[in-house]
Design a protein. Structure first.
Length: 231
């Protein structure tokens, strides 16, 4: 989790559910108990800067220590990418994790954030206006399935960027929405004509199928579509 959520209550919650927590910490005034001393992140870094190690795989420098934070045994990882970059501090309650494994787990958070950003931007996640809970769950599920399929397509065909794939999906969604609007307009129009003329229609579905399959109706729909699209 990001530094906004890493706090004493979250540590206690993780302990209660018997789970480990990995969270970014602010380089601020929070105190850590190290070798009997109460030190903040800056003071810790000043003491430990000579113990910095190099991770070749991630091309980063890091410092790893065991510590006590708010009464909880934790591991602290100071990490930076580049000699002039700022140090970042990550805390974990898992005392067995090494730096590489910890970073692998923490990077999943970024993947989740990217998913939400792209799904909201391109796949209309969260824009369902239905008040039905099942409809909301279905909307989120469909967005997730679309995202998985697009990501798989990206993996097997790197010639096209992910952004371009999402734009194609967005266009398809808009096209589907437009078709739904045209269909709804047609239904309202037919219903109004039936009521106005007091027609007796036994099988409404059969009547609509025969209606939309006529050439004249298809020509009419093609004329209506550009106007709706402009609207």
């Amino acid at each position: 989790m990001v530094s906004w959520f890493t706090c004493q209550k979250m540590l206690a919650c993780a302990k209660d559910v018997k789970a480990h927590l990995i969270g970014m910490m602010k380089m601020g005034n929070a105190k850590y108990t190290y070798e009997g001393l109460e030190l903040n992140s800056g003071e810790l870094l000043q003491r430990l800067c000579k113990k910095s190690k190099r991770c070749r795989k991630l091309k980063s420098n890091y410092i790893q220590i065991e510590d006590i934070y708010k009464g909880f045994p934790v591991q602290l990882f100071f990490s930076r990418f580049g000699k002039r970059a700022k140090w970042h501090l990550i805390l974990t309650t898992d005392l067995k994790l090494d730096y590489l494994a910890m970073m692998k787990h923490y990077q999943v958070r970024w993947t989740i954030e990217v998913y939400f950003k792209e799904s909201k931007q391109y796949l209309n996640l969260g824009k369902c206006q239905s008040e039905d809970l099942d409809a909301q769950a279905a909307d989120a599920t469909i967005a997730m399935i679309q995202y998985i399929l697009l990501t798989l397509n990206k993996r097997f065909g790197d010639y096209e960027t992910k952004g371009e794939l999402f734009r194609h999906a967005e266009e398809a969604i808009h096209e589907l929405t437009l078709q739904s609007r045209i269909w709804g307009l047609l239904l309202e129009l037919v219903q109004a004509i039936i009521e106005l003329l007091e027609l007796d229609i036994d099988d409404m579905d059969e009547f609509m199928n025969r209606l939309i399959n006529t050439e004249k109706i298809n020509t009419l729909l093609q004329k209506i579509e550009p106007n709706l699209n402009a609207a």
